[in-house]
Design a protein around this ligand. Structure first.
Ligand code: C2E
Ligand code: MG
Ligand code: MG
Ligand code: MG
Length: 286
């Protein structure tokens, strides 16, 4: 009887594993199909200057328009794409789509902004600077239109090689920001060596402001580190006027979050940019 139970257990276990693998394969096959069939799209979340309240840029965020499941958020396919390596093709598509969009906005005479693209660790290879150069050239874009957001996981392996790639990218005039800052393992001794323009305070810290004293301390410490290292600093996930007020009084440069705007379809973001839209919330903390 004991043996049967064990047998059942093993059978259930491998069935679960099987279902997990099948699910992964289903998503992977679907994502390959999505790449070739125009099912990916970008939304654009505005970034604001705290001092002027104006839109200074946007973060391009990928979505999968699935024929049956609707708009699938990146959390449901990017981690898998990172595990399988498919994220490299996704990243190529994202850079291409973001630059194509920037060219349209430029040609429409909209004020120049900086468009940020998220780049996974696996994409951060010696081929990236050349691909960025070639793509900007093809769309006739000045490098100042483009920013790449990298996370601390990119910085964990072969640091000299990574810094070499970062240097080649910033030499082009493309800026780099360090996303989800404070959640990874990058050491402060390396931080000073990275040619980055902006630190992005992770949403998990912003969320605790102002009630959580630790989150407030971490956020203001990140702001002062950024200031000392002559980097700009942006807080992500700003949802309340209290958070905005705290960040403003702590010397944060820029904000991004639902308080101002969710990520928007291109046409809506364009409208916001045309209106030179200044959200009423920006005044409340002044
Ligand atoms: P991220 O780069 O840290 O992007 C910020 C995420 O926070 C976005 O989620 C955005 O919609 C969300 N967000 C912004 N403001 C608020 C707020 O006030 N409250 C809350 N609750 N959330 C807010 P999204 O679009 O679902 O993207 C999630 C993650 O997926 C991104 O985190 C990024 O790591 C990854 N991702 C998105 N697009 C790409 C891409 O094109 N390439 C790669 N490699 N990763 C991507
Ligand atoms: Mg990001
Ligand atoms: Mg982020
Ligand atoms: Mg984040």
């Amino acid at each position: 009887q004991q043996g049967d139970a064990d047998g059942d257990h093993v059978a259930f276990y491998s069935q679960d594993m099987n279902q997990g693998m099948q699910e992964r394969m289903r998503i992977e096959t679907g994502l390959r199909h999505a790449l070739g069939n125009g099912q990916l799209l970008l939304h654009y979340q505005p970034k604001f200057s705290i001092s002027t309240g104006k839109i200074i840029g946007a973060e391009a965020l990928v979505r999968w328009h699935h024929p049956e499941r609707g708009l699938v958020p990146p959390a449901e396919f990017i981690p898998l794409a990172e595990a399988t390596g498919l994220v490299v093709q996704v990243g190529e598509w994202v850079l291409e789509a973001a630059c194509a969009q920037a060219q349209k906005w430029k040609e429409a005479g909209l004020p120049p902004i900086r468009l940020a693209v998220n780049v996974s660790a696996r994409e951060f290879t010696s081929a990236l600077p050349g691909r960025v150069t070639e793509t900007l050239k093809r769309y006739g874009l000045e490098p100042s239109w483009l920013e790449l957001e990298i996370t601390e996981s990119t910085l964990m392996h072969n640091i000299d090689r990574v810094i070499g790639i970062m240097d080649r990218i910033t030499a082009l005039g493309v800026t780099l920001s360090l996303d989800d800052f404070g959640t990874g393992y990058s050491s402060l001794s390396y931080l000073k060596r990275f040619p980055i323009d902006t630190l992005k305070i992770d949403r998990s810290f912003t969320t605790g402001i102002p009630a959580d004293a630790n989150d407030c301390a971490i956020a203001s410490t990140i702001i002062s580190i950024a200031q000392q290292l002559k980097h700009k600093v942006i807080a992500e996930g700003v949802e309340t006027v209290e958070q905005l007020a705290f960040l403003k009084s702590s010397g944060c440069d820029e904000v991004q979050g639902y308080l101002f705007s969710q990520p928007l379809p291109a046409a809506q973001f364009e409208q916001a940019l045309r209106d030179n839209w200044r959200p009423a919330q920006a005044d409340k903390a002044a």
